[in-house]
Design a protein around this ligand. Sequence first.
Ligand SMILES: Nc1ncnc2c1ncn2[C@@H]1O[C@H](COP(=O)(O)OP(=O)(O)O)[C@@H](O)[C@H]1O
Ligand SMILES: [Mg+2]
Length: 367
Amino acid sequence: MSDLKISGLHKYYGALHVVKGIDLDIPAGEFTVLVGQSGCGKSTLLRTIAGLEVADKGAIEIGGQRVNDLAPRDRDIAMVFQNYALYPYMTVFDNIAFGLRARKTPKSEIGPKVAAAAKMLGIDHLLERFPRQLSGGQLQRVAIGRAVVRNARLYLFDEPLSNLDAQLRDEMRGEIKRLHQELGKTMIYVTHDQIEAMTMADRIVLLREGVIEQQGAPLDLYERPATRYVAGFLGSPSMNFIPAGVVANGAAISVRLGDGTSLPVPAERAVGLGTWQGKPLMLGVRPEHIGPAGRDQRPGLAPVQAVVDLVQPTGSRSYATFQLGGVAAVAELQAHDVSRPGERLELSIDMNRTVLIDAATEKVISS
Ligand SMILES: Nc1ncnc2c1ncn2[C@@H]1O[C@H](COP(=O)(O)OP(=O)(O)O)[C@@H](O)[C@H]1O
Ligand SMILES: [Mg+2]
């Protein structure tokens, strides 16, 4: 059964149309990540699910029950906010216990429940402290503890890690994912960070300007994006987009770039592409699908000449920028495959992994 079902949901702030017709069905136990650029309506959608905002149109069902007219506290949800929202004059214990007390949990159950949640999050030695005596990471754990101590049907997280520094964020990502595995609860996690979405989600729901652009398992979206927007949003460095067309020579199809470079398309991926001759397209190539020519003998690798104009080492890999078909493109190479600007490289593009996009509609026509 689905734990959350949203149908035809709209939300306005005055004249500003923020949520523009969302349909979403989230099965029990799933970890769903709502991801999208800042301002696309993620928090508004989450707050509307929680009942902190009123839906203007559409239905929200939690556990099969319509909750549009229920107060937040009656919706069987627990929420973690970006700014923690802890009570400064209460100890960690009292902060975590707050929701239990508000729901009239028997006193004898509160102590053990708080202790169990605190232990799971590694904050059991901090229960007597006040929020001002805690680090950012500890505060975030308390905020999560306050949510998971309650036995709710749905757990909502609104960018809970964005106030933490990079290393702690990586660590907490893993902890929240482990927490999900241990509790097996339905969780909806909002972030603008595509890496967070890729690493944490069972399912990604990618929002764009108040509508769902695409949803699916992380690798589905990564490998089979439906639009240029999705292709460019997921992945770092971003996918390269190069103006292109297709040329058919009998059954053989190749992609032709602006500077005349011709890239043969493997036969099994060429089906149906002939009809796109003469139409403006974009070739989408991920940086990791450009590598040194000759190292690999698989079919479908198309050679290109590159003059490197920028090298960005990361340690394990180096990003090399070069001109491809008249635009700047980035290749993700092994650190020692490239050394300096001006270097000439023989590269190859893995044409088994590229996408072709209709430049007019920005929809992917072949991936
Ligand atoms: N309480 C509010 N009143 C008016 N406009 C709001 C309010 N909250 C958010 N907005 C606007 O709604 C849009 C979506 O905001 P939000 O849901 O916070 O986006 P996100 O969480 O994806 O960054 C933004 O344009 C924002 O300025
Ligand atoms: Mg937000």
